[in-house]
Design a binder for this molecule. Structure first.
Ligand SMILES: C[S@@+](CC[C@H](N)C(=O)[O-])C[C@H]1O[C@@H](n2cnc3c(N)ncnc32)[C@H](O)[C@@H]1O
Length: 275
């Protein structure tokens, strides 16, 4: 199996400039096995031949490796903490500084449910003063199809399973293709392709100054090997300003050598604050 992983990794690097060497080997092997099973291939070589001849297979494989599943308000406890503590604190601090600007990065945003959930919370918290604020939410991913779906802003019912009725009523409209998100929330988020593991850029190009008050990178590091996780966290450390927040997924954590940059705010929900 390792030989075909090597071959596929090389081809994907050449074609898409995505380095699968940074992903956990176990994940690559199990994803390839699942594809072989789905396609009814028993021989690894048959799958490899198929991979080289079908131009769409690399895209399918990439999507499955990233497991691009998300939903609005996924892990509602995190969003409660954001709504009740983190966002009010940020808003208050900025108000006192007379800055009225908040900058957020959702790294590994899949089809937009995470950055849009944050946008909804901010929109609700700011209420009538919303128009006096500059809210910049940068959302990045390597899955172009997910990014396209995010920009469309229409979601299936299952993506809304953790969405409160009040929010659902205020921000979503039933359309033929599913549930369409209100334009004023869609406008708050800037989506772009960005490989967290690329050595070139530290922050999304659109963010210009690349400094953030809050970074969410949830359920992404879990797919990376240890050194790739470090690369991503080092990028975050460079772009977070002091007293800013980093939120990881439930089963993710910061390497012990990089922990000194942070205080642990809520270890169950993996919420960290820079010193
Ligand atoms: C499980 S989803 C997480 C979505 C969202 N953060 C959440 O928690 O619901 C993981 C996402 O990470 C993205 N991803 C994987 N490797 C990446 C990389 N190197 N750079 C940026 N995004 C990546 C995948 O494409 C996928 O959309």
């Amino acid at each position: 199996m390792l030989l075909i992983v090597e071959d596929i990794t090389k081809e994907i690097k050449q074609r898409y400039d995505v380095d699968l060497n940074s992903y956990a080997n176990k994940l690559l092997i199990s994803t390839i096995n699942k594809r072989m099973f789905k396609l009814d291939f028993t021989m690894q070589q048959t799958y490899l031949d198929f991979f080289h001849t079908d131009p769409d297979e690399a895209v399918v494989l990439l999507q499955q490796i990233g497991v691009n599943v998300s939903s609005f308000f996924r892990n509602p406890m995190v969003y409660s903490i954001l709504e009740q503590r983190i966002l009010p604190e940020l808003i208050e601090r900025k108000r006192k500084q007379g800055l009225n600007e908040i900058r957020i990065w959702s790294a590994g945003c899949a089809s937009g449910e995470e950055p849009y959930s944050i946008a909804i919370l901010i929109h609700q918290l700011l209420k009538k003063s919303f128009k006096q604020w500059r809210i910049h939410i940068f959302a990045t991913d390597i899955d172009r199809e997910s990014l396209n779906q995010a920009v469309q802003g229409t979601f299936s019912r299952d993506r809304l399973q953790d969405t409160r009725l009040g929010i659902y009523d205020a921000y979503f409209t039933r359309v033929d293709a599913g549930y369409s998100l209100a334009p004023e929330v869609r406008q708050m988020v800037n989506f772009s392709f960005e490989d967290l593991l690329s050595s070139g850029k530290v922050a999304p190009a659109a963010s210009i100054f690349g400094s953030f008050d809050l970074i969410l990178c949830r359920n992404v590091l879990i797919y990376f090997n240890k050194s790739a996780q470090k690369v991503a966290i080092q990028k975050f450390i460079k772009t977070l300003t002091s007293k800013s927040y980093l939120i990881l997924g439930e089963s993710e954590c910061i390497d012990k050598n990089l922990k000194s940059a942070f205080m642990e705010i809520d270890i169950i929900n993996r919420i960290y604050k820079t010193k």
